[in-house]
Design a protein around this ligand. Structure first.
Ligand code: NDP
Length: 236
């Protein structure tokens, strides 16, 4: 059965792979982008939305609902980094990351939940990171945001479970996207050296986990954190 799916930050990287996997399965997929031209060819509805702006979030939902009906599967994927060591980190860089990665997720999840509660079904998947569990030097802001998503998701899972809505987290490790292309060779080698599987992930490998959590097969899974990290965060 075709579902109305919304993927934030779905125009590139992990979000694009996620949008693609649902579109290929026959779902009605909407993705958000902020600037530039949306990527064509997926049959997805592209809507502009900056998740730090509540009015844009509301407008995006209206557009998606008019075209595809209420969102039944939400993948909150949009996220940013602003790396800097703690002693040099500006408060602005800390709060911008929290505003996008946590409050942005709050904005889109709250809006989706209104309709999901009404329909008494829904699937919410948040994209966190192994860094939220392990921490990373230079990423106090990002790690705090990604760890915060886990507490957020588990609270949502408790609040909405009785209404047939699940809320789960995918925690990727090192995935080949624009975000990680910023790393230099030394940083890449150091990171890969800690990955038991000895390689980085492709975005499609994260998308496969998201698809599973949104599927009927995952009907009894909520409040879970599913690592897709080649073993990097094992034990955390
Ligand atoms: P990219 O940098 O390739 O893409 C980030 C996406 O987030 C873009 O689509 C971007 O939109 C969107 N975005 C950023 N800020 C906003 C905003 N304010 N409003 C709306 N959209 C926004 O990153 P990835 O694909 O690698 O990352 C996707 C998610 O996965 C992130 O949450 C990231 O933290 C997480 N992750 C990534 C890992 C990796 O190794 N790559 C590892 C673990 C987690 P636009 O195209 O408009 O700029």
């Amino acid at each position: 059965m075709s579902r109305s799916v919304l993927v934030t930050g779905g125009n590139r990287g992990i979000g694009l792979a996620v949008a693609r996997v649902f579109a290929e399965a026959g779902d009605r997929v909407a993705l958000t982008y902020r600037t530039g031209k949306p990527k064509a060819g997926l049959g997805c509805l592209a809507v502009t939305c900056d998740v730090t702006d509540a009015a844009q979030v509301e407008r995006a939902y209206k557009e998606v609902e008019a075209a595809h009906g209420p969102v039944e599967v939400l993948v909150a994927n949009a996220g940013i980094t602003r790396d800097q060591l703690l002693l040099r980190m500006a408060e602005k860089d800390f709060s911008e990351v929290l505003d996008t990665n946590v409050t942005g997720v709050f904005r889109v999840v709250k809006r989706a939940a209104e309709e999901m509660v009404e329909a008494r079904r829904g699937r919410i998947v948040l994209i966190s990171s192994v860094v939220g569990l392990l921490g990373a030097a230079g990423q106090t802001n990002y790690a705090a945001s990604k760890a915060g998503l886990i507490g957020f998701a588990r609270s949502v899972a408790r609040e909405l479970g009785s209404r047939g809505v699940t809320c789960n987290v995918v925690a990727p490790g090192f995935v080949e996207t624009d975000m990680t292309r910023a790393l230099n060779d030394k940083q890449r080698a150091a990171l890969l050296g800690k990955v038991p599987l000895g390689r980085s992930a492709q975005a499609q490998e994260v998308a496969a986990a998201v698809r599973f959590l949104a599927s009927e097969d995952a009907a009894y899974i909520t409040g879970a954190v599913l690592p897709v990290d080649g073993g990097l965060g094992m034990g955390h």
